[in-house]
Design a binder for this molecule. Structure first.
Ligand code: TEU
Ligand code: CA
Length: 546
């Protein structure tokens, strides 16, 4: 497999509105990102993924764009953005931007024109359909609402939206739309950015005749439709291939087989993808399912296309809360999950705050939440007769706001995030869990992550090594090797609040085991077994015995 800079990279996701506020308006901003670049650099990451900071009415936190060329006032302005890019590059890091081109904001001038009349030249830039029997054209659900269709009274037609009503989908069949998007992509690439994280990029192509779905609640009809690969190959041909960049597609509802069609090295489409099998199939930890997902993706992609590894982001609850233990074993568990993500085949992502073991949150009222997905769902369920209290409870664990509370810098007011009123409440545990405390403690999650990242730079096995699972069927222990030429690593993880034991298989027992990284002070290994403490994680190098 050929070696490239991006295969070797570790990405740090900056959700800027919750990162660091420099002007006291309660929102993090791009200046705040600049001020904290040395902190990010200290972790050792190579690439920063910046969530959307384009002009936007901000109904879906920047994923509803009203001007692709402008910078949202909350974030700053284009000059500050330029400075950010320069400062990132000066520190030897790279910057990738979010690309949101499945939909725009309903406030985008294109949509304003499109909705103004049936014969407007931009009418066809969005997807418009006549009512069927006086109702929606079909029974599809959107991500955030009961229907993908919204009636526009002015022309008595429905427009199509995969997400909120305020996020109409662009019509990618229209060549002018595609050319206009490519022009915009070149604009940012010519400024020197290093790539794109492409929002729901597999949703661009729609099923031509919009048939009713047998099970409308399974919204997978929204993605991976005929025509998608033609669009991505065209985008590659006309834009991507002309730059030395890195692309990661957000690709929900995808199998490894179909995933390869997006990231196969011979496909001329994308470099890597986020699939959501873990996030979608596992509301909480499920070791056997996780192993199966990792194995099938490894079998499907290894040697042919590149995967990504992540357990949380701005849409998915913080990993130590959702998949680990955020109480008694918070630190051990955060380190274990980090070890796993960084030693699995594929590119590791760190979501801001993960590196200090930040946790999910529980506010007391729906008013404290901001997430449009959660709020729309709450409204829908309560309108359908649900008990408000029960509905609220049921939405808490996976609310996207779990990950969106402000970064916890220190134990002063608002965790040092802002001097004003934060746009969303903080997690009250900032007194204990914060960057300042982490940097003072040599055993913190932060320094453990720093080592994990450093190891990737020193040991190509972590990037290019093959993968073998030695713990199939075990419900709490995950043990696997990565192997490249003469280097073999064994990773052993006890994903449990109880002690555990891993019997060393014969294939490995003739080797000497040299500890590379470990989340406890002592280790219990003999020739035949490894005794493990709760949430114990270790990386061992296997060497021939003299
Ligand atoms: O998210 C799309 C989205 O909802 C999914 O990727 C979801 O995480 C996945 O299917 C697993 O269930 C993107 C953005 O990340 C999100 O913040 C936006 O709200 C959304 O697109 C619309 O732009
Ligand atoms: Ca601000």
């Amino acid at each position: 497999m050929n070696q490239t800079w991006w295969k070797e990279a570790v990405v740090y996701q900056v959700y800027w509105r919750s990162f660091y506020d420099t002007n006291g308006d309660g929102y993090g901003d791009l200046k705040g990102v600049i001020e904290k670049l040395d902190y990010i650099k200290r972790l050792g990451v190579d690439v920063i993924w910046l969530n959307p900071c384009y002009e936007s009415p901000d109904r879906d936190n920047g994923y509803d764009i009203s001007d692709y060329y402008g910078v949202m006032e909350k974030a700053g302005n284009i000059d500050i953005w330029e400075e950010l890019l320069k400062e990132v590059h000066d520190r030897g890091m790279k910057l990738i931007m979010d690309l949101v081109v499945n939909h725009t904001s309903d406030q985008h001038p294109w949509f304003q024109e499109s909705r103004s009349s049936k014969d407007n030249p931009k009418r066809d830039w969005y997807i418009w359909k006549d009512p069927v029997d006086g109702k929606e054209p079909n029974n599809w659900r959107s991500y955030f609402t009961p229907s993908t269709w919204e009636l526009d009274k002015k022309t008595n037609q429905y427009y199509f939206h995969s997400f909120a009503v305020e996020q109409p989908d662009l019509n990618w069949k229209n060549e002018e739309v595609r050319e206009e998007i490519y022009r915009m992509m070149r604009y940012w690439l010519d400024k020197g950015i290093d790539g794109f994280r492409m929002d729901v990029i597999n949703l661009l192509a729609k099923i031509e005749d919009y048939p009713n779905a047998a099970k409308p609640e399974h919204i997978n009809y929204l993605g991976n439709n005929p025509g998608i690969h033609e669009y991505l190959q065209e985008m590659h041909e006309k834009v991507l291939r002309h730059y030395d960049i890195f692309t990661v597609g957000e690709i929900p509802f995808v199998t490894p087989e179909d995933g390869l069609l997006y990231v196969g090295e011979d496909r001329k489409e994308l470099h890597t993808l986020f699939h959501f099998q873990v996030a979608d199939d596992m509301p909480s930890w499920d070791m056997l399912r996780y192993k199966e997902i990792q194995q099938t993706w490894y079998d499907g992609l290894f040697g042919k296309g590149w995967n990504s590894q992540f357990l949380n982001n701005h849409d998915h609850t913080r990993q130590v809360t959702r998949y680990g233990n955020d109480k008694e074993y918070r630190i051990e568990s955060a380190k274990l999950l980090g070890t796993m993500v960084h030693t699995m085949p594929g590119m590791p992502y760190i979501f801001q705050g993960e590196e200090i073991g930040m946790t999910g949150v529980r506010f007391s009222s729906i008013e404290d939440y901001n997430d449009i997905a959660m709020k729309n769902k709450y409204k829908e369920l309560v309108e359908n007769g649900g008990d408000p209290e029960k509905v609220f409870e049921s939405l808490l664990p996976l609310s996207r706001d779990n990950s969106r509370t402000p970064m916890q810098w220190n134990d002063s007011g608002h965790a040092g995030f802002t001097t004003g009123t934060p746009w969303i409440k903080l997690n009250p545990n900032y007194k204990e869990i914060n960057v300042e405390a982490a940097l003072k403690d040599p055993h913190s999650v932060f320094y453990y992550y720093q080592k994990l990242i450093q190891l990737r730079k020193e040991h190509p096995v972590m990037v290019y090594g093959n993968f073998t699972d030695f713990s199939k069927g075990h419900e709490t222990i995950y043990a696997y090797t990565r192997e490249l030429e003469n280097e073999t690593w064994l990773i052993v993880l006890n994903h449990s609040d109880e002690n555990g034991q891993f019997e060393i298989p014969n294939d490995l027992s003739d080797k000497k085991m040299k500890p590379i990284l470990h989340n406890y002070d002592t280790m219990m290994i003999d020739d035949h077994k490894i005794e493990l403490k709760p949430h114990e994680a270790m990386i061992l190098e296997l060497q021939l015995k003299e």
